[in-house]
Write a protein that binds this ligand. Structure first.
Ligand SMILES: [Zn+2]
Ligand SMILES: [Zn+2]
Length: 136
């Protein structure tokens, strides 16, 4: 992360974890059943970033490893104290999905992708200009 880029800092509910990432220009809403269950909402809002670009202050996060639809391990990191989802790591070591809801209101751009759109509820809206991907 270069010192000149603008960054945004978020935190979990209890403040044990503080995350700083480059300001994002897009966001993906994931409607997969794993995201639904882990977040308790019908979709999760994610920033796709290189873990090298994330600065995380806090203890070692709690982790839950599940099989993704690809058959590969998907590791969900969350705060062991307050339960806030922090990020999801996948097989690609250069990619993590950081939870957009950790960051302050006003800092989250509109979605450019809907993942697992086949799971969307009838009333959910595909945002204008966003790509709808039925599975991953
Ligand atoms: Zn916390
Ligand atoms: Zn998902």
């Amino acid at each position: 992360m270069s010192g000149n880029d603008s960054t945004v800092t978020g935190a979990c509910n209890c403040g044990a974890f503080s995350l700083t990432i480059p300001q994002q220009t897009g966001m993906a809403l994931c409607h997969c059943t794993s995201c639904r269950k882990s977040g308790g909402s019908v979709s999760s809002a994610n920033f796709s970033i290189n873990p090298k670009d994330m600065k995380c202050d806090g203890p070692e996060p709690s982790k839950y490893v599940a099989k993704g639809s690809s058959g590969n391990d998907v590791t969900r990191a969350f705060c062991g104290t307050c339960g806030s989802n922090l990020w999801t790591a996948v097989a690609d070591p250069n990619l993590i999905f950081v939870k957009a809801g950790l960051f302050p209101p006003g800092s989250v751009p509109s979605p450019n992708t809907h993942l697992f759109a086949k799971n969307m509820e009838d009333w959910e809206i595909v945002h204008e200009g966003a790509e709808r991907i039925e599975t991953q």
